[in-house]
Design a protein around this ligand. Sequence first.
Ligand code: 13P
Length: 343
Amino acid sequence: MSINELARVAAAMVAPGKGILAADESTGTIEKRFKSIDVENLEENRRAYRDMLFTTKGLSDHIAGVILYDETLRQRSADGTPFAELLAKNGVIPGIKVDAGTKDMALCPVEKITEGLDGLAKRCAEYVKLGAKFAKWRAVITIGKDIPSAACIGANAHALARYAAICQAGGLVPIVEPEVLMDGGHDIDRCQEVTEWSLREVFAALADQRVAFEHMVLKPSMVISGKECSKQAGVQEVAERTLACLKRTVPAAVPGIAFLSGGQSDEVATAHLDAMNRAGGAPWRLSFSYGRALQHPSLLAWKGSSANVAAAQRALAHRARMNGLATSGRYSTELEKEWGRAA
Ligand code: 13P
């Protein structure tokens, strides 16, 4: 992929009115999702579920790209078309999770480091052949007593930067995802402090590794109160804090920021994105790369049965549409209800 092509793909991933569907759950993570609807974690069920998501009519209206898992990139739709080809034909860019997951970090109790750099250049070359245009790597930062440590912040930033450089050299646009977990009783001040620290280190490491900011997408968590915090910040405060944090740390050369949902409820994740876009004035496009917050109602409607495919697809299309509106600050709870009923 030429340099121009990397810039074109990065811009297309955060095109106005659109975002990214994260459907790259590992086999272990999808098992948790399937358990909630009492579906067995078999390869055919994983294939059928992704087939349902990807064949949703009008998916490309509000979904610019889909992040796939290794197994999914090698699977086919019911009619025999490889998923990557099916998505591309329908105007959706296929992407691939390339990290090998989080592991316990040596000498840093509780903390995680993301692995997967070994052999990454070779895997990227294969993924390009299979049709992927972008990649994702997720780092996890945990807030707790005396953590995160500088060791964890630094090592994860370095790994993200090495991954991003390898992807750009290999022709894939990297999604750089440093996720500050919402688990814990910390308040929003602490979340903001840790998020700023982590993003500063990530962008310093990206610059050190010669990563072109123009050819990447940032996928951060929002600045929110810890899940168990007794004082939960409202939508406006989350939007203001998140924007302030990003403006302090993310170069304007980055074309777009696509948030993860991280366990926020579907509608709250949409409302937060909408409030940020209503505020305006950001130098980057502000969009979504949600997993749970896009898939949750669809998964519940599907329940593992082909008889429910149409209802499950309507549920996904509805969430995609609501988040599409939020990318330009045009979402409202009225539209949520009105269109939700129609779906
Ligand atoms: P969530 O939106 O469910 O956090 O998933 C996004 C993602 O890709 C996590 O890596």
